[in-house]
Ligand binder design. Structure first.
Ligand SMILES: [Fe+2]
Length: 283
């Protein structure tokens, strides 16, 4: 398909590359997953935690969330993101192998982030993106424990790329993380220049479906203690209000600035228009 190749960064463009830094235990664990024979790939290690190698060898205790130095790396958006995706946790919009992806969104202090926005998009079983409608597109928010669950299908392949799922993740009032998730054991992982093993999901085969896990770590500073979920924004001036179901296209004002709703949602404290560019576009 035309345009698919544009998901590859031009030579010399490192914008989509993960930040460089020291090798962490998590990266080593993920490298072990990549290198492991196929039978060990299925459910061998969760995406972020684990204290045994596939052979059962004990390792040093692993921090519950992360090593503290490597938030989930960004990747390029690609050509097929569309705003205004429907809010839903299931996007079974066509035939394919059922895939249930679950996980938690954390900040740098390993505290889960409630009400984080996740906006997923992917190809259908034939490797095609729906650019006229919203098949295999959907957004949701993490619950009070920072957890999310997406029911979808295993995306198909298209020329030039390995199998992947796109996602944007945003904590309230924080910048958007745009990245992609990958599947273990894919032959094209070895040849896709965008592929990053730090973005591998952990996948189990359960009957005819796949169950995947991936935990995001956002570059959000946190203080230990109860989950910080709100920016504590003082009451605004303007027409925007929390607790309102805003359809796409709604225009509101907030502290003397005007915004148009990009994704239908129910507003909440922490998702004020200036804090939620995925939801509100300045006009
Ligand atoms: Fe893609």
């Amino acid at each position: 398909m035309t345009g698919e190749q544009s998901e590859h960064p031009p030579i010399g463009d490192t914008a989509g590359s993960p930040p460089t830094g020291g090798i962490t235990r998590k990266k080593l664990l993920k490298a072990a997953v990549v290198a492991a024979p196929a039978p060990f790939l299925v459910g061998a290690l969760p995406a972020l935690a684990g204290n045994r190698t596939p052979s059962g060898q004990s390792l040093d205790p692993t921090p519950y969330c992360d090593d503290g130095d490597d938030p989930t790396p960004p990747q390029m958006e690609g050509p097929y993101f569309k705003p205004n995706s429907p809010q839903r946790t299931s996007m079974l919009d066509g035939t394919g192998t059922r895939l249930v992806l679950t996980g938690t969104v954390y900040g740098l202090a390993c505290q889960p982030i409630a009400n984080a926005l996740l906006d997923f998009w992917q190809a259908d079983a034939n490797g095609a993106y729906d650019n006229t409608g919203f098949r295999f597109r959907g957004h949701q928010y993490t619950n009070s424990q920072g957890a999310f669950s997406l029911t979808t299908i295993v995306p198909g392949l298209y020329p030039g790329r390995t199998r992947h799922i796109h996602v944007k993740v945003q904590a309230p009032g924080r910048p958007i993380l745009t990245t992609q998730l990958y599947f273990p054991g894919e032959p094209r992982n070895a040849t896709d220049s965008l592929y990053n093993p730090a973005l591998l999901m952990s996948i189990q085969n359960v009957g005819t479906e796949r169950r995947a896990t991936f935990d995001f770590v956002l570059n959000v500073n946190q203080t230990p203690g109860p989950t910080p979920t709100s920016t504590g924004t003082p009451p605004p001036s303007g027409t925007w209000r929390a607790g309102v179901s805003y359809p796409v296209g709604t225009q509101v004002s907030y502290n003397s600035l005007n915004y148009r709703c990009q994704i239908a949602h129910t507003s909440m404290v922490g998702w004020e228009p200036p804090n939620a560019p995925a939801l509100w576009q300045r006009i």
